[in-house]
Design a protein around this ligand. Structure first.
Ligand SMILES: [Zn+2]
Length: 504
């Protein structure tokens, strides 16, 4: 060993020394110490990279949105393959790297070391925390320098502020705060100063244009709340990656509530399937099973953004319009999950904390639905069935067996053929179900909307659903009455309601 390498190694060991002695029986802390020594990666840097990715939670081996695994978030997706690199460097199988925390930490250290060698870090450089900056920037997998910088800066902020992370088994992994001097190199030129024009408190870091649609097919009428299942910078990177085919309008950082906009409000981000055309998607850094990510700074920042969106687009501040991803019909995601505090959030928005209510019921036409159908009209069907005493199971937009039996039960109760297929007659009966107030031109309110929906289904043509009984509604009533052999007076009394509710 040359004198220079010896000095570098001494420097490295000083850096690599754990700030707090690891006690026997602390396997995660021990894994960080061992992996740092084996791959000559500063121990605190290794911890900070893992903490920035996952708060050192392995999520039972389940993947993140970007297909990353374990506390070090070893990634296997079409453009970033740290999991495979880790396997090649350590000789461990990918299955073990995904599921075993000790292996995963060794894998993360091996990837960092391989990148350090690639980038030409000498033994002396490896003892210098600041010199690892471009290595960390690359580890995050960003396709653009600005996002790589966002990622690496977050790691150096953790090193500066220190870490005290509770991990599985009651153990705690600690990093003492220290002054940092990241050597950003070419990343220093990547400006983080560009601000959003839609929402000036936010940064503007655009998603790949392959991951959203330009323009919108419907007006903005809802905000969808998401949880990233991955880190802040990692999520923004993912939206910049054309392979991901996903995006959201805004991403919010857990630690301080920083907001980055990635898709303009006027464009259709891909975050909630059937909900995309009419909603703004907000991603919150964190994991649904880990409440520690849901900081008050993040709630407050998100609420300020949602309040701004509600004012700008006339979105009602209630739980029918401020919804979770899991509440959007036709979605199978569970975010934001049980740890998201809806009451607190709605209070911060200055809105109504009431329960999520009716899904969208107003459509220009009502399609024939049967077992296997999916989407917002199925959710509307399920909601109406359950509301009318025929339990359709979860309002999830999936026409399964529970929905089928509720449809048959409803059909029998109305004297319709109980075939489980929702066509014109079943829709008409279901959409009109309820009280039978007398309505005529000038009437307003929910009963008028109910009438307008039922007429849309019964006549097979769009009767605009606005809760206002005007001349067009009256004409539709007359058309319905004459086609059904009722007396034609343009007034909706018990005779017309009875016919509608029988699905005629
Ligand atoms: Zn989501």
């Amino acid at each position: 060993m040359t004198a220079l390498a010896g000095a570098a190694l001494a420097a490295l060991l000083a850096t690599a020394q754990p700030a707090i002695a690891t006690e026997a029986g602390d396997p995660v802390g021990a894994a960080f110490d061992e992996a740092a020594a084996e791959y000559q990666v500063p121990r605190d840097l290794l911890v900070a990279v893992g903490y920035g990715e996952t708060r050192l939670d392995d999520h039972d081996g389940l993947p993140s949105h970007a297909r990353g695994y374990g506390v070090m978030h070893l990634v296997s997706n079409p453009t970033h393959r740290t999991l495979e690199t880790a396997a090649a460097e350590t000789g461990l199988p990918t299955a073990e790297l995904r599921r075993d925390t000790t292996a995963n930490i060794h894998g993360g250290a091996a990837v960092l070391r391989a990148y350090a060698d690639d980038l030409g870090l000498s033994a002396a450089d490896r003892g210098d925390l600041g010199a690892w900056y471009p290595v960390v920037a690359r580890y995050g997998g960003a396709t653009e320098d600005v996002t790589a910088r966002l990622y690496a800066d977050a790691v150096y902020e953790l090193l500066r502020d220190g870490i005290s992370a509770p991990v599985a088994g009651g153990e705690r992994v600690e990093v003492a705060p220290r002054p940092v001097s990241p050597e950003r190199g070419r990343y220093a030129a990547a400006s983080l100063g560009t601000l959003s024009t839609d929402y000036p408190p936010a940064r503007w870091v655009p998603a790949s244009s392959a991951n959203y649609a330009t323009g919108r097919t419907q007006p903005i009428s809802a905000v969808v709340i998401h949880v990233t299942q991955g880190s802040y910078a990692g999520s923004i990177s993912w939206f910049q990656n054309p392979a991901s085919q996903v995006s959201a309008h805004y991403v919010i950082r857990s630690s301080d509530g920083e907001v980055t906009q990635t898709v303009r409000d006027a464009n259709t981000a891909w975050h909630a399937r059937s909900g995309n055309p009419y909603s703004i998607g907000i991603e919150h850094e964190g994991w649904v099973d880990q409440p520690s990510w849901f900081t008050d700074a993040m709630y407050r920042s998100s609420a300020a953004l949602t309040r701004h969106l509600a004012d700008r687009y006339g979105i009602p501040r209630d739980r029918q319009h401020i919804v979770g991803h899991s509440e959007v019909p036709g979605n199978d995601h569970t975010d934001p999950g049980p740890h998201w505090d809806w009451d607190h959030y709605m209070e911060l928005i200055g809105g109504d904390p009431g329960e999520p209510g009716a899904p969208q019921l107003d459509f220009p036409s009502y399609a024939t639905l049967s077992s296997g159908s999916t989407g917002p009209q199925v959710a509307a069907l399920q909601h109406l069935l359950t509301q009318n005493g025929h339990n359709a199971g979860a309002t999830d937009g999936d026409f399964g067996p529970a929905t089928g039996s509720a449809v048959r039960s409803f059909q029998s109760s109305r004297g319709l053929t109980a075939d489980g297929v929702v066509g014109r007659r079943t829709w008409t009966a279901l959409l009109s179900a309820g009280t039978r107030p007398s309505l005529g031109e000038g009437s307003t309110g929910e009963a008028v909307s109910r009438l307008q929906r039922a007429l849309t289904a019964a006549l097979g043509r769009t009767v605009s659903i606005d809760g206002d009984f005007g001349p067009l509604t009256e004409q539709a009533v007359r058309d319905y009455q004459s086609s059904r052999g009722l007396s034609v007076d343009g007034l909706v009394g018990s005779q017309t309601w009875t016919a509608l509710q029988a699905g005629r």
